[in-house]
Design a protein around this ligand. Structure first.
Ligand code: PGA
Length: 254
């Protein structure tokens, strides 16, 4: 059985340590006894250290929202994966559609980052997903397959089992328009089939695939109840302790 995993992607919010503290002081006691859901908080860089302090002695993990693929050097403005690892991050979100679309990150770049993260034992949460026009033109599966091929190029079976895939249809991110559980499940099954064809059935069964895009307390349970949806990556609704808690609770027992 795959353990569900909920990621809180705070994006460019709650970046002042006191803002992270406000939500975590409320959230941590609520989730402290939840054992059957993995919880990852991904704050902006500026509140990562504070977040690590506040989740100490709990099973909550901390992730970054991006990283570069080099460990050090003259890369003004970039963040080294090794710095993240050394301060206590265990996860990193890679290939988020906002990185791809606003900052022009390519599949090739994301592939380098994924390989580096795996090399230094940071667990990548790798986002893939289609644009609205691609869905409307029946191209969703083709787009997903191509992103998969390029983003995960060169990875072996052990690598695949370690990483997390987040299926995030771009038209559902921050729009309030969630994919229906059936739409999401169809693509999750499709991704699992790609893994089975490229690797084998065992690997396909073990990789965790999150859904992301306008998850709310009101739609979370129905999404997570689908056989191939292993939790979610949550943006807007992760900025309040109560709604994040409700979403985490919804992933219990699936
Ligand atoms: P959203 O964001 O929940 O606000 O739609 C999800 C994401 O971008 O990961």
């Amino acid at each position: 059985m795959r353990k569900p995993i909920i990621g809180a992607n705070w994006k460019m919010y709650r970046g002042v340590p006191s803002e992270a503290e406000e939500i975590l002081r409320e959230l941590v006691p609520k989730v402290i006894d939840i054992k059957n859901v993995d919880i990852v908080i991904a704050p902006p860089y500026t509140s990562i250290i504070k977040t690590i302090e506040l989740i100490k002695n709990t099973s909550i993990k901390v992730g970054a929202q991006n990283m570069y693929y080099e460990e050090k050097g003259a890369f003004t403005g970039e963040i080294s994966p090794l710095f993240l690892k050394k301060i206590g991050c265990e996860y990193v979100i890679l290939g988020h559609s906002e990185r791809r679309n606003i900052f022009n990150e390519t599949d090739e770049l994301i592939n380098k980052k994924v390989k580096k993260a795996l090399e230094i034992d940071l667990t990548p949460i790798v986002c893939i997903g289609e644009h609205l026009d691609e869905r409307e033109n029946g191209k969703t599966k083709g787009v997903i397959e191509k992103q998969f091929e390029m983003t995960f190029d060169g990875l072996n079976q052990e690598d695949m089992i370690k990483l997390i895939i987040a299926y995030e249809p771009i038209w559902a991110i921050g729009t309030g328009k969630t994919a229906t559980p059936e739409q999401a499940e169809e693509i999750h099954m499709f991704i699992r089939k790609i893994i089975e064809d490229k690797y084998n059935k065992d690997t396909a069964e073990r990789v965790r695939i999150q859904y992301g895009g306008s998850i709310k307390p009101s739609n979370a349970r129905e999404l997570f109840s689908k056989a191939n949806i292993d939790g979610g990556l949550v943006g807007g609704a992760s900025l309040q302790a109560e709604s994040l808690y409700q979403i985490i609770k919804s992933a219990e027992n699936y």
